[in-house]
Write a protein that binds this ligand. Structure first.
Ligand SMILES: [Zn+2]
Length: 292
């Protein structure tokens, strides 16, 4: 049994308006998602998932990601939505509680599929992402560009285009090759996380053409991933931390629900346990037979 948490930053369920919602402008099928509309992919289950968590203000990345990974209402615990990077109080919430840590201590194999650059690993920035803190806190190895070159990792943009632009020698990968590589990692682990954030950047930039390109590539990546997984054994949980991309009429995040999409083994049971971001981790752990 294996689970992939496919995390995409800044994608909510908005209005089906192609003028402001790139999910209705891009040539996509699985990702053509809006509030109150039926899910277009008959193989998927969609759970509109509350990202506001009862805390005033706009939902933000660091608290949203901590809520997903640690199964806690992070903005309520720290008193506000926190953007960007992991703060000491969020690190305390992740400590001993992250999905990585819980799967590992229950005897499962957990991994973060994204590759890190040597520059990042040698000179880590002062402010780290929530996923980086959770990965390190669980004692997991960070995947490197050597892993990436062997096809045993994915870069966050999964085509390596941004790595090449930064001067690294990384072989370019098509979205469909990347999907096959991620599937292989998923099938050799109990729990895998992959993180993508170009969606949030395109949302903040209010850039329709870049948002359309990001979504069309993302769908090709997802298509290949799902094609290469044995969905009688694997479960894919696609979710986000807050809305943004689905409404390019505003530069900020939105208060829209986010789409949690589930494919594969146990999807209906896991979906039934999810209402807000803090439900994702407990639902995954119950599915894996790990006590929460
Ligand atoms: Zn953002």
């Amino acid at each position: 049994m294996s689970v992939l948490l496919f995390f995409v930053d800044g994608v909510g369920l908005g209005r089906p308006d192609p003028e402001c919602n790139p999910l209705f402008r891009a040539h996509v099928r699985r990702l053509r998602l809006a509030e109150g509309r039926p899910v277009p992919d008959p193989a998927a289950i969609l759970v509109p998932t509350d990202a506001c968590l009862g805390v005033p203000g706009l939902p933000q990345s660091a608290t949203g990601q901590t809520s997903i990974l640690a199964g806690v209402n992070a903005p309520a615990q720290v008193g506000q939505h926190v953007s960007g990077h992991c703060t000491p109080s969020l690190a305390a919430l992740l400590d001993g509680r992250s999905l990585f840590h819980r799967v590992r201590t229950a005897g499962g194999r957990a991994t973060f599929a994204n590759a890190y650059t040597p520059h990042y690993l040698k000179n880590p920035p002062r402010f780290l992402s929530v996923t980086t803190v959770a990965t390190a806190g669980a004692g997991l190895r960070f995947r490197t560009l050597d892993d990436l070159a062997r096809g045993d990792a994915v870069f966050h943009d999964y085509t390596n285009r941004l790595l090449l632009a930064r001067g690294y020698h990384a072989p370019p990968v098509t979205p469909s090759e990347a999907g096959a590589r991620l599937a292989a990692i998923v099938q050799s682990h109990t729990f895998t996380m992959y993180e993508h954030f170009l969606t949030d950047l395109a949302g903040h930039a209010q850039d329709m053409s870049s948002a359309v390109e990001v979504l069309e590539n993302l769908e090709a990546f997802l298509d290949a991933l799902l094609e290469h997984l044995d969905l009688s054994k694997s479960l894919v949980v696609f979710t986000s931390d807050h809305g943004n991309l689905e409404d390019l009429s505003v530069r900020t995040h939105t208060r829209n629900a986010v789409p949690t999409l589930l494919w594969g083994a146990g999807a209906a049971n896991v979906a039934a346990g999810i209402r807000d971001l803090s439900d994702v981790a407990p639902a995954i752990l119950r599915h894996l037979g790990m006590v929460y």
